[in-house]
Design a protein around this ligand. Structure first.
Ligand SMILES: [Zn+2]
Length: 141
C-alpha cells in the first residue's frame, strides 16, 4: 500500500481513512506450528501535516492457525496489534519512518506492527492445561 503525498496535498485530503489487506506472510510468524490463515488487515486513519509528516493511527489484525502450543490440538486465534507509524520526509527521529520524494510505502510498518502483536504461544482455549498423560491414575512421579 503506497500513499502519494503530492496527490493528497493537491487534493487537500489531509485526513482520511485507510483500509487494506496485505497477503499472509509466514515469515512474520514466530509461534511454532502455526501459520497465518488470513491476510493482514490494516485499518486506520491518517493525518498529513504541513511539513508533509504523515501520521497513522490504527490497528492490524490477522488470524493465526495451527497446533495449540500446550496440547497440540488444532487452534486458531484472531490477533490484533496497534499500528501507529509516523513517516517524515528526510531524517527520521527514533521510532519514525522516513520517506523520500512523494511516496510513503506503508508495508513495512504493517509488518512491524504484526511482529509486535505476535504472541509467544497459540492456545486452543484460554486456559488449556496441556496434554493429559495417562488419565486419572497417570500422575507423573
Ligand atoms: Zn490446547
Amino acid at each position: 500500500m503506497v500513499i502519494d503525498i503530492r496527490k493528497l496535498n493537491a487534493e487537500h485530503r489531509y485526513e482520511g481513512e485507510l483500509h487494506f489487506t496485505l497477503p499472509p506472510d509466514n515469515g512474520l510468524v514466530t509461534v511454532p506450528l502455526a501459520q497465518m490463515a488470513s491476510g493482514i488487515e490494516a485499518n486506520g486513519v491518517y493525518r498529513l501535516y504541513e511539513d508533509d509528516t504523515l501520521e497513522v493511527r490504527g490497528k492490524v489484525r490477522f488470524l493465526l492457525r495451527g497446533a495449540c502450543s500446550r496440547c497440540l490440538q488444532p487452534a486458531e486465534q484472531w490477533l490484533e496489534a496497534e499500528w501507529d507509524p509516523v513517516f517524515v520526509r528526510g531524517e527520521p527521529e527514533e521510532e519514525e519512518y522516513s520517506y523520500e520524494r512523494d511516496t510513503v510505502d506503508l508495508g513495512q510498518s504493517v509488518k512491524d506492527a504484526v511482529l509486535l502483536g505476535m504472541p509467544h504461544v497459540l492456545l486452543c482455549k484460554e486456559n488449556c492445561e496441556g496434554i493429559a498423560y495417562g488419565g486419572e491414575d497417570g500422575k507423573a512421579e
